[in-house]
Design a protein around this ligand. Structure first.
Ligand SMILES: Nc1ncnc2c1ncn2[C@@H]1O[C@H](COP(=O)(O)OP(=O)(O)O)[C@@H](O)[C@H]1O
Ligand SMILES: [Mg+2]
Length: 242
């Protein structure tokens, strides 16, 4: 479903990703983990079109989307929930969600029915449609961001650190929401700084360090891998063991 090959991308002529390969099966959920600054968000940005790769390819369902602009990628069925997008704090819950339907804005009835359907997964949409986004809790904001990303019924959702800054109660809600997306047939590529949470929810995982794939496999394999901690924290105390 998602096929990334030899991806090279970066900022201002400096390569951050140095040849990343990754594939995600349809209906699967792959989690990218790795230390801060490894390039995890950069992978998602190169897929969603925010960043243009300098080499390699990104294919979704066989369609080559390498270097396409974000709107083209969105129309091809790939929606991103960025790490720090922030909702429009002075717009309502409903207005924020409807932003996600901008490219189909003339299809009012369709938009209404999708909003109502999403409200079953994300109760805040029905409970407080008129609430200003700026007044919501962190977990509630995440729900609105998810709903906004799902308005176009994307085949693929890119989630960047969905649990960042959330309390444990919200963590469970995020878990349920991600499972609801999977149940609806969505394919998910996510980045998580909470390794335990990310690996518990994913089917497959990849450890990214310094822009390269250090490990990849099933989530269970990665969770049990003896080098996982070293890859995060360096080899202090293990000098000479590699
Ligand atoms: N917009 C940007 N301009 C320049 N450098 C950036 C930009 N965004 C990220 N970087 C750099 O790219 C590297 C990888 O960033 P990122 O993909 O955000 O890492 P991660 O998500 O794994 O924490 C970091 O060194 C970061 O400082
Ligand atoms: Mg990041």
């Amino acid at each position: 479903m998602i096929e990334i090959k030899g991806l090279v991308a970066g900022y201002g002529g400096l390569d951050i990703l140095r040849g990343v390969d990754l594939s995600v099966d349809r209906g699967g959920i792959t989690c990218i983990v790795g230390p801060n600054g490894a390039g995890k968000s950069t992978v998602l940005k190169a897929v969603s079109g925010i960043l243009r790769p300098t080499a390699g390819s990104v294919r979704i369902d066989g369609t080559d989307l390498t270097g396409r602009d974000p709107e083209a990628v969105l129309r091809a069925g790939v929606a991103q929930v960025p790490q720090r997008n922030g909702l429009f704090t002075r717009l309502t819950v409903r207005q924020n969600v409807l932003m996600g339907a901008y490219v189909i804005r003339k299809r009012r009835r369709l938009i209404e029915s999708r909003y109502d359907a999403l409200a079953e997964t994300f109760p805040i949409l029905a409970a407080r449609p008129g609430a200003l986004a700026g007044t919501l809790s962190g977990g509630q904001r995440r729900m609105v961001e998810f709903a906004r990303a799902l308005m176009l019924e994307p085949a693929v959702v890119l989630l960047d650190e969905p649990t960042l800054g959330l309390d444990p109660a919200s963590l469970a809600i995020i878990g349920d929401s991600v499972r609801a997306m999977i149940a609806a047939g969505t394919t998910i590529l996510m980045v998580e700084q909470n390794v335990r949470f990310g690996l518990s929810i994913a089917t497959h995982a990849m450890v990214l360090t310094a822009g390269t794939v250090a490990l990849s496999g099933t989530a269970a394999e990665i969770a049990a891998h003896p080098r996982l901690m070293d890859l995060f924290f360096g080899d202090a105390g293990h000098a000479g063991t590699r």
